[in-house]
Design a protein around this ligand. Structure first.
Ligand code: CP3
Length: 348
């Protein structure tokens, strides 16, 4: 693959680009009227994820509208628990609901055997996207990290504290380790199949890594991330992996040094200049981020100043411009357009 035509992949290979390539987490979603129109055609959200024709369409919507440098597969991290046999429902306006895993019998109901069969529509979506995307736009596949998936499976729903998984991990570490091992294997298989279907880069979302202290983080987040990156590098050495261990602060340095990831995505709380210093030993490692998604809800002038500050602070590293978390539903699309226009105008 010739990376020079795709700025996003060039940066993940260690090049610095000015202007930096840009895409936004959750760039497809409810803030776009064209997404809401497609969403209205299906009963539930998972149906959208499993209908290639519609998933391709909503993946492409932000590419057409804004001209991002990368398209992220339209899907959800919870398709993996679903494909393992867990009940997953998206109740309108309430977020995800799962049947909570509490003991070994619950865990035994999860099964890798039908993983690829159930995820086949996701692979079909990627195959179609790989041939539909403009030459200069990279295609990103993704998965939830084992800890974050385990957290949803054990809690049964979203949470701020995640007491159920944190307690289970301490009371029954062997059971919890079996769950995390199963998820690690599923994630490797899922991401590898995404590459075979056309994904050119992969992102691992560990959205709730930030609730764990160091020893737990090491066991449930860092160690699985190492295994996943190593397994993927062995199978697909040319495909870069970006890690997004959200909320881990000072521990980012270990994710940079110890995992072999090509990119590290920063949440909004991390000063990007500090991160550049903290990951200096890891070469070449791209940083991604980390504009506050709420900046897109405020006045345009302040938004562009904040974007410039981040671009300049990251100028010494390979940098991919992104948010520190996903685009929020009340975001005006014209703010996103203004942000991309600003970043693409040479010299800002
Ligand atoms: O554009 C993209 O970034 C690609 C698609 C994508 C979605 N979810 C679509 C989605 C991606 C990469 C995700 C990742 C995801 N999903 C994460 C990790 C990133 C993060 O935000 O921390 C997590 C934790 C989830 C789980 C999830 N999915 C929750 C908690 C929710 C409900 C919250 C909400 O916004 O409603 C979802 C649903 C979801 N996933 C929507 C979209 C567009 C909204 C559902 C709808 O349209 O009805």
């Amino acid at each position: 693959m010739d990376r020079s035509h795709k700025p996003f992949l060039a940066v993940l290979a260690g090049e610095r680009r000015d202007p930096p390539p840009v895409w936004l987490m959750r760039q497809a979603g409810r803030y776009l009227p064209e997404y809401r129109a497609v969403r209205a055609r299906v009963r539930d959200f998972l149906e959208l994820c499993y209908t290639p024709e519609l998933a391709v369409e909503v993946t492409l919507q932000p590419i057409r509208r804004f001209g991002f440098d990368a398209a992220i597969l339209f899907s959800d991290i919870l398709v993996v628990p679903h494909a393992l046999g867990a009940e997953v429902r998206f109740a309108e306006g309430e977020g995800p609901r799962l049947d909570p895993i509490a003991d070994a019998a619950d865990l035994a109901r999860l099964d890798l055997a039908r993983l690829h069969e159930r995820l086949e529509p996701v692979y079909e979506t990627l195959r179609r996207l790989a041939s539909a995307l403009p030459e200069e736009v990279a295609l990103i596949g993704f998965a939830g990290a084992p800890w974050t998936l385990a957290a949803y499976l054990v809690e049964g729903r979203g949470s701020k504290e995640w007491l159920a998984p944190r307690t289970l991990a301490r009371r029954e570490p062997r059971l919890f380790a079996s769950l995390v091992d199963l998820l690690t294997e599923a994630v490797v298989e899922f991401l590898s199949a995404q590459v075979r279907a056309g994904a050119q880069a992969l992102q691992l979302f560990d959205s709730w890594a930030g609730v764990l202290p160091e020893a737990e983080l090491e066991r449930w987040c860092l160690a699985p991330a190492k295994r996943i990156v190593a397994a993927l590098r062995a199978r697909h050495p040319e495909v870069p992996v970006i890690l997004f261990p959200r909320g881990v602060g000072a521990h980012l340095a270990r994710f940079a040094r110890e995992t072999g990831a090509a990119g590290l995505s920063l949440d909004t709380t991390v000063p990007i200049a500090w991160a550049a210093e903290a990951v200096r030993a890891a070469h070449p490692l791209a940083l991604q981020g980390n504009l506050d998604p709420v900046a897109l809800l405020g006045p345009e002038q302040a938004l562009l100043e904040e974007a410039r500050r981040i671009r300049d602070a990251a100028a010494l590293r390979p940098h991919i411009f992104n948010l520190g978390h996903g685009v929020l539903p009340p975001t005006p699309p014209e703010r996103v357009a203004a942000l991309v226009r600003y970043l693409k105008s040479a010299g800002g």
